[in-house]
Design a protein. Structure first.
Lengths: 240, 240
DNA sequence: CGAATCTTTGAATCCTCTCAAGTCTTGTGG
DNA sequence: CCACAAGACTTGAGAGGATTCAAAGATTCG
């Protein structure tokens, strides 16, 4: 589905999305906008589809609008690890653009369905050359995102299993809160396992505890309601 | 010690260092170089001194020439974690410059003594404004550094204690190899503990094993010789 | 040389993993 | 719309690794 078909130009959603989340395009004049927006496609991707594959030559970057995307990295020894989770507003595949289409660092996999905007690398590159502050802003945003998510990953990889799972849930909850929702889109137990480096059976046990304690209540397929305060207390080792 | 005093201009060491490691200044003409280099100071810092402190307003960035610097982050609950190790050629404090002097993300602490080049943020900023490709290059370099070190940190945080310690040692060994040395500047057991989130007693036990097996031999204060092949085999779970 | 700090080592406990056997979901095809 | 197969999740029990607490032994630096 082409942007033009969607009346992207001036589409409040789009402007809001790109400008707000990347704070990048504010300085471009409208003509540049038009060029930019017309070659962006808006796509719906079903569960388990691939945005891109690790090491493959890169041609696009993506802005996530809805849903959760996991970035999986396969190491030399064949083990797979989720190194980041992307949600609404996050950008996927920028590393490849920065590196001139040399290849993606990870594979990007849709969890339970997602809406994304696909931006051709060529466009990105052109825009970067025409407007030098564009790439500076992108880089700053990207740096912050990378830095923040790096910290998150460390938190998912340390502490007791209980703490780790609680932190993953809180991370999910935080994103859902921003969208004004009281539900989270559940990661599968195996995904949480790949994210935390914990055996999936152990995750299952902890999740069962959380449900017993009423911290989590299933509210639909792949959906759960959560108790923010309770999870927070867990992570900070306080009484509820 | 001012740059001018050290005959920095044209100093092969300096050109080599900045140009080679950051691939950033190559495009600047010599006049720009002169402005730049004169306000850079070269400093020797003793063990345990601070390059900067977390959250303090930032005014400088640093290029590490010799020695090891640890970046420590204190979390809200008071716990401290080493989130990165910097060695020769790495850049410290760039995040603060990108964020307009808003404050450093971590505290940077010298381990056993270090030589660094201190670059005022103002200079950096000025240069960035005068030369738009400057900051792009810096960002690319920085992105790669951040990305690589993020991956390293994950490796330090997962797997058995034995694996983690071996990976830390290998990481150190790799840096020492680049300098053409067969020794590593040892981290203290507590530093390794803060880096791997493992109890320091457990680290001690593993290190004792390594010494018993001849993988490590003490060669001076804070110095050790290492067996590359043996450590590698450990991490990859192969026989030696 | 001596105080402070860092490291080693032991033993008991606790946590997490592994293996194994079920149960529950989800989505597909009749 | 239901039934079934495949995959996801749960739960138990035992083994092993890591932490903790405690006390003694090295190092380093002034």
């Amino acid at each position: 589905m082409k942007c033009a078909d969607m009346e992207w130009l001036g589409h409040p959603d789009c402007l809001d999305c790109i400008v707000r989340y990347n704070a990048v395009l504010a300085e471009l004049d409208l003509a540049s906008y038009e060029t930019l927006l017309r070659s962006i496609t808006k796509e719906h991707l079903p569960a388990k589809s691939l945005l891109y594959v690790q090491n493959q030559p890169s041609s696009d970057l993506f802005v996530i609008r809805e849903g959760v995307i996991k970035l999986e990295e396969t190491k030399a020894d064949g083990s797979v690890r989720i190194v980041r989770l992307l949600q609404s507003g996050d950008v996927a595949g920028l590393e490849a653009c920065i590196d001139n289409g040399q290849g993606y660092d990870q594979s990007a996999i849709v969890l339970h369905g997602a809406n994304v905007c696909k931006i051709p690398y060529r466009l990105f590159d052109k825009l970067a050359k025409e407007n030098s502050s564009f790439i500076n802003n992108i880089m700053k945003t990207w740096y912050k995102q990378l830095n923040a998510s790096g910290r998150v990953i460390i938190e998912f990889s340390t502490g007791s299993v209980r703490d780790r799972v609680a932190r993953v849930l809180l991370y999910q909850a935080e994103a859902s809160r921003k969208r004004g929702s009281a539900e989270i889109e559940m990661l599968s137990i195996k995904d949480i396992s790949a994210l935390t480096s914990v055996a999936y059976e152990s995750i299952s046990r902890v999740m069962a505890d959380f449900k017993r304690d009423g911290l989590l209540v299933k509210s639909g397929p792949y959906r759960m309601k959560y108790k923010w305060a309770g999870l927070n207390a867990l992570v900070n080792h306080q009484a509820v």
